[in-house]
Design a protein around this ligand. Sequence first.
Ligand SMILES: [Zn+2]
Length: 146
Amino acid sequence: MQVSEVRVKLIENKDDRLKAFCSVTMDNEFVVRDIKIIEGTGGYFVAMPSRKMSDHCDKCGGKNHLRAKFCNNCGARLPDERVRKNGKGRTKLHADIAHPINSECRRKIQEKVVASFKQELEKSKQPGYKPITMDEPDDEVPEVVS
Ligand SMILES: [Zn+2]
């Protein structure tokens, strides 16, 4: 599998670790959107599209993010200990929607995406630069059960 195109939308907020959203085309025929570029302590890395893990309210069955303290559907207080820990004792709040299953593929995608991001950064310093238009993901909107 080859990465054939990367589209990069830079994020303006300079304080945030999130630097850009990308859409990546594989083999000229499959597109993955909402890939994020994050600035980590060891440099830039790529975060695959993910969704927030959620569970259901005991009272009404409403769906809530694991960090929610109250049900967003009925307002009931939710138990504090709902967050499952993974093997490393870290709280797992997100699950990948699409991701490479081996490190070779992850490296290939990451190299291409980060290189495209750096190119876009350089372009953005030139006068008259216009960022590409891309829908921003809105995974912050909770689902309400009717
Ligand atoms: Zn509820």
